[in-house]
Design a protein around this ligand. Sequence first.
Ligand code: PPS
Length: 330
Amino acid sequence: MQGEYAIEESYNVENITSNPLIQKLIGASVGHEEGFMRVQPSGFIYPTVMQQYIDRIKKFEVKDDDIWICTFPKCGTTWTQEMVWCLMNNLDFDKSKQIDLDIRTIFLEWKGLLSPGRTSSIADQIDLAAALPSPRIIKTHLPFTMLPDQIRTRAKTPKLVHVVRNSRDTCVSMFHHWKLLDGFVGEFELWSELFYEGLSAYCSPFFKHVETYYLSNYPNMLFLKYEDMKKDLKKSATKTASFVGKEFSDTDMDRLVDHLSFKNFVKNPSLNKKRHVKHAEDFGSSKPVEGKGFIRKGQVGDWVNHFSPEMSEKFLKKEDELFESTGLRL
Ligand code: PPS
């Protein structure tokens, strides 16, 4: 089993738009009529527009001193991006506040996740990532199997920072993300079914996605958990600092922890993604239900407010299976 997901020579794409659950997703969303596909052989789901980017990403020129933040959506990506950027930039909080995180660190496949109508004003992220000054910090939600060839084959071995979160909170957070930014108008019941069946719009299935990283045997990867960051952020930040080869005084680490706190994220315009929400609003794709923004609740256990006992059991069973295959306890 180890290394099963390490190398995939080629992809092919299966259009799954006619799948009955995908039809329900499209029917309960604004602006996703162009449909969805499954990227084979590893089987991850994306909007069909992603097809334009897969090969460019596959051939992307990687650098050994890159740092890649690799996550399934909603697992603590933004939090970790900011933490890593601050560690790599001498805790320059002033600069961080002046320049949007999405400019300091680039989200490689971003344009492949949005409906084509929304992407015309967004710059080519793959070109932007290539042009970032080194050491580059690159964000991706791709599974390990869809990372650039140079990483999968170990021709280049940049640092990868992987962050994971328990499946039920991830599902809830993604449900709200789709309401806030991607035009979902359906109920949580449909969303959780899509997530469970591995059909929740992009990067799914969640459990397999996590498995691709945990079974990759990649030699230069730090594994973090959202729940650990919530419990003791200083500990996670210290571990991350050491992974990226940086050291700061105890006082500086306290300053970093304060900068990264939820309350400071909510009010920090370079981190809170209000610009993205405005962009989605302009396209009629923002239908939030709780009056909250992208930095929404930041809690462990919000799933209790959404899950039925039956669906909760089904997710826990999948977490058990993931534990059996990877040793990872979510
Ligand atoms: S994305 O869109 O995939 O990049 O989203 P991602 O950044 O991975 O996840 C967003 C969730 O992370 C929470 N978050 C935080 N929690 C605690 N502290 C801080 N500083 C913080 N920053 C972001 C954010 O609120 C989302 O979780 P939910 O549960 O929806 O609140």
